[in-house]
Design a binder for this molecule. Structure first.
Ligand code: PMP
Length: 303
């Protein structure tokens, strides 16, 4: 249960963290957010926040895109987050949601001459997509192009693109969507980056293919190369490559590493969770819970 939020410049009980119906961001999608996970380590009785700095650095990049200016540094955001989790006293995995938004109560679509506000809360959190491999479809919705609205920022308004794709996929009986670019290349899922494996090599779309610059993806690419000796490259992926990949998986803070076992009614490989994604997942879950000394600096202890 969530008990607190940081709202209006202070920690308040969650039920006091309320905005007006006239709030700009509610009407025009003029906000940006982050999603950060904290992992409970049972042996150490410690909660670790995973790659918090990198999330707040990306948060600040989203601010630049939206012309949001807040009186907080990355260090301030990190301190507030640790403080929030201490107050919550979570002893299980959690998901942290910082939100910056245009708070002025006024009509008129724009980014300039508006007040900015910041809010933060956390919720207990388990799996986002089912554990045992997910069934994906190529969406009829194309990924928002950077020339229309920037998917590189975690901008609230841009998520209508993701919501359309996710609901279409789920109502059609799949677990998740895969969106293509305007030019027909593979971009990402509704809230995840995507990787495929061909000839034992991990392939993911380049940052110019309208993806969110994922922190889990960067983590994975580094772990694959440095710890598992697996080649990992960024290059455009064709639609039909999805159907012939040996393995495919989503990466994301919420989705973690989710193997995809079926795409558009075709089995991925033999339809079972593949060897590369299995190895990566095992290592990833040790790293995020602070069990791998080399990567311990990615894990901020709360208590
Ligand atoms: N793409 C989209 C659209 C997302 O919402 C997310 C989740 N933040 C990701 C990719 C994965 O990014 P990350 O690994 O940094 O959570």
């Amino acid at each position: 249960m969530t008990k607190y939020a940081f709202f209006g410049g202070e920690f308040v009980p969650i039920e006091k963290a309320k905005v007006s119906i006239m709030t700009h961001a509610l009407h025009y999608g003029t906000g940006c957010f982050e999603g950060i996970r904290a992992y409970w380590n049972e042996e150490e009785e410690q909660l670790f926040i995973f790659r918090m700095r990198e999330h707040y650095e990306r948060f600040q990049r989203s601010h630049r895109i939206l012309m949001i200016s807040l009186p907080y540094s990355v260090d301030d955001f990190c301190q507030m987050t640790v403080e929030l989790l201490r107050r919550e006293k979570f002893t299980r995995d959690a998901y942290i949601r910082p939100l910056a938004y245009k708070a002025t109560e006024a009509i008129g679509v724009r980014l300039h001459d508006l007040e900015d506000a910041f809010a933060l809360f956390a919720v207990p959190f388990g799996k986002y997509i089912g554990e045992e491999g997910c069934k994906a479809c190529v969406s009829s919705w194309r990924r928002m192009d950077d020339s229309i609205a920037p998917p590189r920022g975690k901008i609230t308004g841009v998520y209508i693109n993701s919501a359309l794709a996710k609901t279409e996929a789920v109502l059609d009986g799949y677990d998740e969507a895969i969106m293509l670019n305007q030019d027909g290349h593979v971009s990402e899922g509704s809230g995840e980056n995507i990787c495929i494996v061909r000839d034992g090599r991990i392939i993911t779309p380049p940052v110019t293919d309208n993806i969110l610059e994922g922190i889990t993806l960067a983590t994975l690419m580094q772990l694959a190369r440095d710890e598992l000796g697996i080649e990992a490259v960024e290059r455009p992926i064709d639609h039909s490559e999805l159907y012939i990949a040996e393995e495919a998986f989503y990466t994301g803070t919420a989705a973690e590493i989710t193997p995809i076992v079926e795409i558009d009614h075709r089995l991925v490989g033999d339809g079972k969770i593949g060897p590369i994604v299995s190895k990566l997942r095992a290592l990833f879950f040790d790293v995020v819970r602070g069990k791998v000394e080399k990567y311990r600096s990615w894990c901020t202890p709360v208590y």
